[in-house]
Design a protein around this ligand. Structure first.
Ligand SMILES: Nc1ncnc2c1ncn2[C@@H]1O[C@H](COP(=O)(O)OP(=O)(O)OP(=O)(O)O)[C@@H](O)[C@H]1O
Ligand SMILES: [Mg+2]
Length: 436
């Protein structure tokens, strides 16, 4: 038997935007979308070319008024992996768990789940409100594929764990949210699931019940079952899980050890929205009486400030500065390092300077890091400016922390599931010749 518990391929879930819906555009889009469904392939292509011309941001897969809660998710989880899924609000954690538990269907790709799943998602999912606690235990058990006899065997355990014995014959709709979660957790964890999926339940129960749940999940994982656990409580995630997946905007930022994933998550919490653009006020600009740095930006090819790039994207660093003297030997240098501080490369604009671009005045200097070079990892960029052998006008300073995500191109291996080791992952061309 394969050791895989879960495999997802190009998994995506697209939702309609709620409040941010642009009504007039949506009506237009609806009118345009409808006949498009019935167009021939050739006509559809022509239509897309025309739309693209009119609107450079046109993406046929993301019609206006929609967004991707999950996108291009390739994931492999082995049996007995204990995985923490973390990320800020709206990053797609619950959506992923719902797709894996077959509560919602994906828009693209698919998820294969090998084994009996016990899941505890939002309060109430999986329970029928009009049925009693007792009936719901049997209903859930049979949905999980257990026989009546098996469920009966575990019934007392479930009731004891949930502490809702008195209300067993009351319909679930009369339960408080705390009681519902108690029963739901007891059911999910005690019906011998091969894969236990738990979403943020610990926030609902009281502290004693939370500890009890953590203990139960540890038992389940130590029996060699697969556990997927979503929580904003980092110490709970850390104590239970060994592997960590950090989601951001529906994509995997890192899939690594739980400690590393949490530290990346903490880094992103520190991030301010304008982190990809640093602006200094007069009097605070780094520099001296030769040169002063006004602005530093990290940009996509299309000029958008950002700190998360796809491996397919070029990364632009743009610096704006004031040269106060005619100093043709001035040069700016940048250094790209891994987040752990290992230098990947340094680069300077020195040889690109000439009499035309070195007098006093206002300038920008920019450089592009090619796409398909960096690995799917976290990096940092620092900068300095100086005159060779004379002095540093701007001492080395850390500018940006950035993440590269997506497919990695080691050799011709196209795989974004498990990045290969290495600080960089350039796209290299191989040539294979038969000589005999
Ligand atoms: N049924 C739905 N219809 C439209 N949008 C939805 C739906 N369900 C979720 N979303 C949106 O999808 C995005 C991802 O939501 P999801 O619930 O997966 O996030 P999450 O990571 O679980 O967040 P949290 O930490 O707040 O629980 C959010 O922007 C959310 O508003
Ligand atoms: Mg959620």
């Amino acid at each position: 038997m394969s050791n895989k518990a879960i495999i997802t391929e190009n998994l995506g879930k697209r939702y309609k935007l709620g409040e941010t819906l642009n009504f007039s555009r949506t009506i237009r889009e609806a009118i345009v979308e409808f006949p498009r469904k019935f167009m021939s392939e050739a006509k559809r292509k022509a239509f897309e070319i025309r739309e693209r011309k009119n609107n450079p941001d046109y993406d046929p897969e993301t019609p206006p008024g929609t967004f991707w809660a999950l996108r291009h998710l390739n994931l492999e989880i082995n049996h007995s992996d204990v995985v923490g899924i973390i990320g800020s609000n709206g990053s797609g954690k619950s959506t992923l768990l719902k797709v894996l538990s077959k509560i919602t269907i994906p828009t693209t790709g698919h998820a294969k789940v090998y084994g009996r799943v016990g899941s505890l998602l939002e309060v109430g999912t999986g329970f029928h409100p009009d049925l009693t606690g007792r009936e719901n235990i049997f209903l859930n058990g049979s949905i999980m594929g257990m026989s009546k006899a098996d469920i009966k065997m575990r019934f007392d355990e479930i009731v004891a764990f949930s502490e809702v014995e008195k209300f067993l014959d009351t319909p679930i709709k009369r339960y408080s949210s705390g009681m519902t979660v108690r029963l739901a957790f007891a059911v999910a964890a005690h019906l011998e699931p091969e894969i236990l999926i738990v979403d943020e339940v610990l926030a609902v129960g009281d502290a004693a019940f939370q500890n009890k749940c953590m203990g139960k999940m540890k038992d389940v994982s130590s029996e060699g079952r697969t556990v997927l656990f979503v929580s904003h409580n980092m110490s709970a995630v850390r104590s239970l899980c060994s592997r960590g997946i950090l989601l951001k905007n529906g994509k995997i930022v890192v899939d690594t050890t739980i400690n590393e994933a949490i530290s990346h998550y903490n880094d992103t919490l520190d991030e301010k929205a304008n982190d990809a653009q640093l602006l200094w006020k007069e009097g605070e600009m780094p520099g001296d009486d030769y040169v002063q740095l006004i602005e530093a930006q990290l940009l996509s090819e299309t000029g958008v400030n950002k700190t998360i790039f796809d491996t397919d994207e070029q990364i632009k660093i743009r610096l704006k500065y004031k040269s106060l003297k005619n100093n043709k030997d001035l040069r700016f240098a940048v250094k790209l390092s891994s987040i752990e501080g290992e230098t990947v490369f340094q680069s300077t604009d020195q040889i690109f300077r000439n009499s035309e671009n070195s007098g006093a005045g206002l300038y920008t200097t920019e450089v592009d890091i090619p796409n398909r070079l960096l690995n799917s990892k976290h990096y940092q960029i620092s900068l300095w400016a100086g005159t060779p052998k004379v002095k540093r006008h701007i001492p080395e300073m850390l500018l940006f922390k950035l993440s590269v995500v997506g497919k990695v191109y080691n050799g011709s291996r196209l795989d974004d599931r498990q990045p290969w080791p290495g600080i960089v992952s350039p796209e290299l061309k191989w040539k294979i010749l038969k000589i005999d």
